[in-house]
Design a protein. Structure first.
Length: 280
């Protein structure tokens, strides 16, 4: 069947439709960013006066917001470490191994992404409460790992499947052991995937609410829990400044992932990540 060439009106219509969709999707973000610089205390849009007061209040040393940001950062860092360890080992087994019941194991690993988060949070609460670990940053990080690890595993599986196994076979044929192959071949080539997995694990933990809500105490409130508490009975304009910072961090994180993947692909094509010394 002959396809008709696109007309100029068709190009303009598609361009206008794309612009309208993008504006609709970006509208809430733009409203938050503009409102965060408002000087009034009720968070009106558009602001009548502009100020950085809410950013200063958010970053005030010793304040609730600064304390929650520091706690969320600590928990997210621990979650990232745990998720990378689980992601690298599980992805290697799933992508390189010959596991029995491979499909069942794969489904079990990804199950936390399908189960409602409130159900997982309740289960973690019932598990950690008898041990007296509610409010512990380590316990919250372990809970967040349940959600972040499957994402890291998916990214690492995709990365490992994109690595030519013949490179590993060639190293093995020359006498290199498994650890040497992993250190000199696999992990250098998988560096972009590791960085992407780390970024998404960090963001997943930093933004997670249900597990933190179930497992937090009045003395240990993560940033999402504090935001929820600030909006539950009143409107605190500081929340708009916090949201603006989170939006900026998310954009920077995604830009970092895109840059690392692009540089990693370029270096792989140029052979820059392949070992140039004997594999010993």
């Amino acid at each position: 069947m002959m396809e008709l060439p696109p007309t100029r009106a068709g190009h303009i219509g598609r361009a206008l439709s794309a612009i309208a969709i993008l504006l609709f999707l970006a509208m809430p973000i733009v409203i938050i960013l503009v409102t965060s610089f408002g000087a009034d205390g009720i968070g009106t849009f558009p602001p009548k006066e502009y100020s950085t007061h809410w950013y200063e209040q958010m970053a005030a040393p010793g304040g609730n917001w600064a304390t929650s940001i520091a706690l969320s950062s600590l928990i997210a860092a621990l979650t990232t470490v745990f998720s990378l360890i689980l992601g690298a080992t599980a992805a290697t087994a799933l992508a390189r191994g010959r596991l029995p019941l491979h499909t069942a194991v794969y489904g079990l690993v990804l199950a936390p992404l399908l189960i409602p988060q409130v159900v997982i949070a309740l289960g973690l609460f019932l598990f950690f409460e008898p041990a007296g670990m509610l409010g512990s940053p380590l316990a919250i990080a372990l809970g967040h790992t349940v959600l972040a690890a499957p994402i890291a595993i998916l990214i690492m599986i995709s990365t490992l499947r994109g690595i030519d196994e013949r490179l590993e076979d060639a190293a093995a044929s020359m006498g290199a052991g498994r650890m040497v192959i992993a250190r000199r071949i696999t992990f250098p080539l998988a560096t972009p995937g590791l960085i992407a997995a780390a970024v998404f694990a960090f963001i997943t933990s930093f933004d997670e609410f249900f597990i933190a809500q179930f497992m937090s105490t009045p003395d240990t409130r993560t940033l999402p829990v504090l935001v929820f508490n600030a909006l539950q009975f009143d409107v605190d304009p500081t929340v708009t400044a916090v949201s603006a910072v989170l939006i900026a961090l998310a954009v920077l994180a995604l830009a970092l992932v895109a840059l690392v993947r692009r540089l990693g692909g370029h270096r792989n094509q140029q052979g820059g990540l392949l070992p140039t010394e004997p594999l010993t």
